[in-house]
Unconditional design. Structure first.
Length: 297
């Protein structure tokens, strides 16, 4: 039997918001069992927003949570790190409206969480076990959940760029695979879109230091960390977004040309499907593998 987990102690970092361009102080704190992940805006009198699919506010180029007019933006990479490392309960304090982008991946958050340490709590972990297929579809884009004993993700992306074209990857999700094969994959964007995004108040903090920036035929900054880094990053995104369902998942998750809208729609569907007995909520544990890979500096 496994147990819910939280951070051993508080830890903090600072960085720049990808879309806001503002400096952000981020603090990760332990939380009591059954708290889940809660964002606390210390610049808004400690206003709290639960990491829940019911609180998804916007999905334009990032996932935004909001309640009562207060928002927390670009939550998906940090949520993916909590999910991949099996952290059920934590409070995330920040003094601005956006989680810092760091290097564009979840690796810095993995490092922070491991530096803090992760401990078991005196409460069993619950999980979603998919018993019937679920699907959300928009034209030629779709996301499906099929029954499986453990979480596995198959993701396909298609972009009209010579460095991407079509990429498909299937990967089992446990702590080892997350840390080594998913967390280091960085977000990416196209140079041709930058001006239009900034007119909309987006990507104001974007740079070659926190994203793979693609020109007409090549990346403008560094070498790729993986030959298929683009699809690996999409897997990171979907793990962060699907965690908004509220519990770890046992299923085969398949995504074709997905994005934050489809991901979060599936997270919401998971919550409603549990009420209609398509999803079982069990006190049996699902846990990531316990082996540890070296922290990412």
């Amino acid at each position: 039997m496994y147990y819910q987990r939280t951070l051993r102690q508080g830890i903090e970092c600072s960085g720049i918001g990808l879309h806001s361009g503002k400096n952000v102080l981020l603090r990760l704190l332990p939380a009591q069992p059954d708290t889940g992940i809660v964002f606390r805006r210390i610049d808004q009198e400690g206003y709290e927003i639960a990491a829940s699919a019911l609180n998804v506010n916007k999905v334009d180029f990032a996932t935004t949570l909001g309640v009562g007019g207060i928002q927390v933006k670009t939550v998906e990479h940090l949520l993916g790190a909590f999910y991949g490392l099996g952290v059920d309960n934590a409070v995330v304090e920040l003094n601005a409206s956006e989680v810092p982008i760091m290097d564009g991946s979840a690796a810095p958050f993995v490092y922070l969480i491991r530096e803090s340490g992760v401990i078991n709590q005196n409460r069993t972990r619950r999980y979603f076990r998919v018993t019937k297929p679920l699907e959300v579809k928009e034209a030629d884009r779709w996301i499906k959940l099929l029954p499986a004993d453990e979480l596995r993700v198959t993701y396909t992306i298609e972009f009209n760029h010579p460095m991407i074209r079509q990429q498909t990857l299937t990967i089992p999700v446990n702590e080892n695979t997350f840390v080594d094969q998913i967390a280091p994959a960085r977000t990416f964007g196209f140079m041709r879109d930058v001006e239009a995004l900034r007119v909309r108040g987006l990507a104001l903090g974007g740079s070659v230091d926190n994203a793979i920036v693609l020109g007409e035929s090549r990346a403008l900054n560094s070498d790729l960390r993986f030959v298929n880094e683009f699809v690996r990053h999409k897997i990171l995104d979907v793990l962060g977004d699907i965690s908004l369902a509220g519990f770890p998942l046992k299923a085969h998750l398949l995504v074709h040309k997905g994005g934050h809208r489809l991901h979060t729609q599936m997270a919401r569907l998971l919550r409603t499907s549990m009420a209609s007995n398509q999803i079982e909520s069990s006190k049996e544990s699902w846990s990531p593998a316990l082996g540890l890979a070296p922290p990412f500096a």
